[in-house]
Design a protein around this ligand. Sequence first.
Ligand SMILES: C[S@@+](CC[C@H](N)C(=O)[O-])C[C@H]1O[C@@H](n2cnc3c(N)ncnc32)[C@H](O)[C@@H]1O
Length: 549
Amino acid sequence: MNDFIDLTADSDDDQVNAKDQGQSLLAKFLKPSQFLPSTLKRKSPHDSVGNGGDGFPKVISNGTYKPASDEIFTVKNEETNPLSFFGNGSDASSRGSSVSLSKKEQQRRESLSLDPPKKQTSSSRDSSNQAQRKRASNSEDEIRVPPSTSPAPPTKCFPAVSVVVPAPTSKNKVVLSMKKSPRKIKRMSSASLESSGEESDPDKPIGLKTKYYPLDLDKVRAAKGRYPQVRTTAAQHVAVTPFHRPGNVRSAQSKLFYLRENLDRRLRAIKGPPVTMAGEWNGTSLASNFEFINTYKLQKGVARVPDEFNAGCGCGPYCDPARCTCLSQEEDTEERMVAYERKNRQLVLKDSFISKKTMIYECNSYCGCGKDCWNRLVQHGRTVELEIFQTGSRGFGLRSPDPIVRGQFIDCYLGEVITSAEADLREDAASSKNSPSYLFSLDFIHMDDEDPYVVDGKRLGGPSRFMNHSCNPNCKMFTVSTHHGDSRIYDLAFFALRDIPSGTELTFDYNPDWNGDRNEDPNAVKCLCGESQCRGQLWPNQRKSTKDD
Ligand SMILES: C[S@@+](CC[C@H](N)C(=O)[O-])C[C@H]1O[C@@H](n2cnc3c(N)ncnc32)[C@H](O)[C@@H]1O
């Protein structure tokens, strides 16, 4: 007699034999009452039976079902079961159903497809069992079915045990369905799209549902704010760099903006207080290739007297107006003429000096005095803000947003310093005799053997180059020298003849030696100063430079 039952018997005959053997064994060791159907008991967590690690036996149905601990039902013998359950549900049912399952229970299981009523063929059951074993072996926690070669448990310990797999709850059904049926991908054909009520569009990609693959995905994303918003910017707010070219500018407004930016860049190159262009500027060009400069630009044939020919005073830290050798002297009395004085803590031209025609000699680097000496004013540069504006009939003009007091220094006339011969050539080459002239002769000191230099502010110049002529001017040009040994190059400095309210056009007399004759030259440039005592012309004749016609 065999002591072991081969639980892995494959054929029906083997199973029958094993069943018969088990029953005979049971009959041998157990009383008849112990064959009766066992009592269904809900497994309690406190029961120590089982080998599930947590005190629960693990029940496997069809290799997939693991009921929750509070849903496990076992058929338990009244006596202590020395063996924990092993095997799977099919094995258990094949062994125990004939002895413990009621007919009603059997029908319920069949309705749940746990025990198919259809008799399995040997081959299909074999493959099913193999698959179940394979699945069981893949799970670490599941009880493994011993291979067919492993010995059966000792018969003396074999109890009459049967297992009833509980009816799956709705929760368990979900688990079953999830494990049993793989995830299905629903495929749709164009026919199914039509039948599902969607429009049949020949241009639509077949098989793609626009619900999941929207054709207007960019719009959907834009609506969600995925893309940065498009912003429109006015052209005048766009920063224009010097690399922008007028050819790239389309509108007149943006062209004017470009020109202003370009002009502002050039104006910012001027040293001292700001020089600006008035807001009503219509874009009229200052001059072709005009650039602002801060000092004279000496051109070919022009040279300064070497510095060793310069000289200074020996007054010490503070110059004595009565003895400073820098100052010019009155012709008659040889009294030293003091050009500047302090008024309201500001250094200005003395009232007594405004009417004079003498050159102003300021202290220089050879003097013992410091930079705060009262005889240093023009050399410190401009102190007032200036604004270029359009006069209308006289081209550009110059004014200051600051109020200017009488005697206040305004600015120097700057430009290229050229020879008289060069100045004549430039004037002759001018396209029109009435074109603006920017030539200023440095002829204050007359020299028999040398022609004076000429300052040309046409291409290079300072803001004072925009000062127009007036027959009743509010400014006057003075010659100022810091190099006392150089009689050919000196400064042309503008001073206020009277208090000038802010915004008033700054003007000076282009021909201060005018003798009062109204000897009009029909070719002379007409004066448009508008003053009541207007002379009618800027210069005695059409020539503006050194050469007399
Ligand atoms: C040194 S520029 C003065 C700035 C000039 N208005 C401009 O737009 O560049 C001298 C020229 O200005 C013009 N101008 C100056 N004063 C004038 C006046 N009172 N009447 C007419 N034209 C004048 C003449 O064309 C003259 O040749």
